[in-house]
Design a protein around this ligand. Sequence first.
Ligand code: ADP
Ligand code: MG
Length: 255
Amino acid sequence: RADENPPLIVSDLTVRFAGLVALDAVSFTVRPGTVHGLIGPNGAGKSTCFNVVSGVYEATSGSVHLGDNELTSLRPHRIAALGVARTFQNIVLTRGTVADNLMLGRHTITRAGFVATALRLPLATTEQRRHRARAREIAQFVGLGAVFDAPVAALPYGDRKRVELARALCMEPRLLMLDEPVAGMNTAERAAMAQTIEQVRSTLDLSILLVEHDMGLVMRLADDVTVLDFGRRIAAGRPDEVQNDPEVVRAYLGS
Ligand code: ADP
Ligand code: MG
């Protein structure tokens, strides 16, 4: 895996479901080290775009590249191994503790295989310890240090959203895709999460693709913004340019 942080290049991406065009020849580039906001009304195609980039959905046509690597047609675990991590619009956590969930994130990058781990071979246990230490570090980084060994089911909603973020960070991604990271949060939780995302971007060497309905948050965090409506790209540019675009205003008022 190359050390350099590569761009994500989405070119002419089209996704058709039976009788419906969810994405219609959409193109955009996430520049290395930046936050790219992907916004648009409900049903615009934002989650579909995430699902194609992470390999959950297949593209009908067009391509997705991470630097020189073509992601289109790769399986999800291969894409994850290339450094693409995501969170889900609706929380998807396993049972168990925060630590258990974060170790799942580490698994995608564990070198010692499952067999070695199961047999507790020396290399595997050393690696496990190292992974657990890193997971704890990341938990502390996102404000979950005190609940590292707590069951996720016992955590408040805002903290469970943070576990998703921490699990994605445990994959040491070069591209972090966040699908509505503050959805369902109250004002205080939103502000805290925005601060955490800012910390992630300023501390870690990665790019962020951010889908979020909270316009204030997108305007505050994003360097570039792409606006989708009914699967089409209707605007793109800096946050202040996009915010005042008549097409964008119309799309949001019409929804
Ligand atoms: P957004 O995340 O912007 O709200 P989505 O990407 O979830 O939008 O959905 C875009 C469109 O594609 C919607 O009309 C949605 O109903 C449709 N869609 C999404 N996933 C599927 C699927 N698996 N099968 C059929 N239609 C889908
Ligand atoms: Mg969505």
